[in-house]
Design a protein around this ligand. Structure first.
Ligand code: AMP
Ligand code: MG
Length: 401
């Protein structure tokens, strides 16, 4: 049986690379960038005025002059004027510094009468003040964004400032989420006492969509070998990634691994030394489709989706890996089995600046209602059974932020 680290490595090694694709700027947020974005121009592109006021020559000011005839007015977007000796130019924030000017005096420190600007007597100006020099942020041609970045609204500003109308990003895979089980009944359909509401499919879809994987349709299949073979065959032909839940344990109706093998999906592993989620199965289809078969237990399905499926999709999207996150256990935890434990936790930040992980107790391994109170889960090493309060542990958050 693979360890959690081995399972993760095996998945990452087997995943294909999703191809790159150009998208329009207004569809680029949250996508993974696949190109370098270089500065189109210097930033600022000109000596940018930072205050409303007057532009003058510091030489005149330093020689004691405090009255300046207003030669003209120049606002942001106006062509650049040339300052005449002894004059000032009324200037607005965002304008390009007039030629021969090297000092801005803010409007609050002047008064203007009959087109003469008077500077307050005790005002001390400095050469170059309130001027944001050309190229002081970066020069034209500077690499501003690197491939692998998940595009944020701040990055959209950079891409737009570079004059680009579209960018290369990782294409979104076509994903099929497939719930298996005779007992499952979808919301909105009448249900018998011995049946169970189908909840994994919608939850897995929500987790994927939250991370930007928008193309994830759902199907429900019965525990019937022929139906499984036929429908999974269709999904393999139509999709890049299959995420099944249920039917991977040792029960008589657990046909999923056998059917996948019949369809030419090569098993990479079956079972991971972890709880929850030990029966997880992973394989690669005949056309490099990634096939994740998660246990049906809702807690297991969600942990396995977060832990392995999301990591695999991020790697195949060529997203730069996020650094690991840590938290400190807020109370003692004991976990005896020789398995890695994924313990759901609620996070609280301490006055000392630590992220404290408070274990969320679940009634049984299938108690998924308790997960709603959790922010994620911590990873408790297999080699240890007693984890005292204060132990630093790996943290995995449910949500993308
Ligand atoms: P299985 O892995 O198929 O043996 O399923 C384990 C348990 O998870 C069973 O109690 C199932 O009823 C439950 N289960 C399986 N699939 C789902 C699902 N899609 N939604 C909710 N519960 C499920
Ligand atoms: Mg089942």
């Amino acid at each position: 049986m693979l360890t959690t680290a081995e399972a993760r490595e095996a998945i990452l090694a087997a995943m294909p690379d999703f191809p790159a694709d150009a998208v329009l700027l207004d569809a680029a947020n949250e996508r993974v960038l696949r190109q370098v974005v270089r500065a189109e121009r210097d930033q600022p592109p000109f000596h940018r005025v930072m205050m409303d006021g007057i532009a003058l020559s510091f030489r005149d000011f330093s020689r004691g002059r405090r009255e300046f005839p207003v030669q003209a007015t120049q606002a942001a977007g106006d062509p650049v004027l040339a300052l005449q000796p002894g004059n000032c130019i009324e200037i607005m924030t965002g304008a390009s510094l007039p030629e021969n000017a090297d000092c801005i005096v803010p409007v609050e420190r002047i008064s203007i009468k009959n087109r003469i600007a008077f500077i307050e007597n005790d005002y001390a100006a400095k050469s170059g003040q309130f001027i944001h020099p050309r190229a002081s942020d970066h020069a034209a041609g500077t690499d501003l964004l690197a491939p692998g970045k998940r595009i944020s609204p701040m990055d959209i500003a950079i891409i737009a400032s570079c004059g680009l109308t579209e960018v290369e990003v990782s294409s979104l895979p076509v994903i099929r989420v497939i719930s298996t089980g005779n007992e499952l009944v979808s919301p909105g359909t009448p249900i018998e006492p011995h049946q169970v509401r189908l909840s994994n499919g919608p939850a897995i879809q929500a987790m994927l969509r939250e991370r930007g994987y928008a193309h994830c349709d759902h199907d429900h299949l019965l525990d019937d070998r022929d139906e499984l073979r036929r429908r999974i065959g269709v999904h393999l032909a139509d999709a890049d990634v299959l995420i099944l839940s249920g039917g991977v344990s040792m029960g008589k109706a657990d046909f999923v691994p056998g059917v996948l093998a019949e369809l030419g999906v090569n098993v990479v592993f079956h079972k991971i030394s972890q709880r929850p989620g030990k029966p997880m199965w992973f394989g690669i289809g005949p056309n490099r489709e990634a096939v994740f078969a998660l246990p049906g237990n809702p807690v297991s399905a969600l942990v396995c989706c977060r832990q392995y499926v999301i990591a695999a999709l991020e790697a195949a999207s060529a997203a730069t890996p996020r650094p690991p996150e840590f938290a400190v256990l807020a109370s003692d935890v004991t976990f005896e089995p020789d398995l890695t434990c994924f313990q759901p936790v609620r996070l609280v930040s301490s006055a000392g600046g630590q992220v404290l992980a408070m274990p969320v107790l679940t009634n049984t391994s299938g108690d998924f209602t308790a997960l709603s109170a959790s922010d994620g889960y911590v990873e408790l090493a297999r080699e240890q059974s007693h984890f005292p309060a204060g132990t630093p542990v790996f943290l995995h958050r449910w949500r993308s932020v």
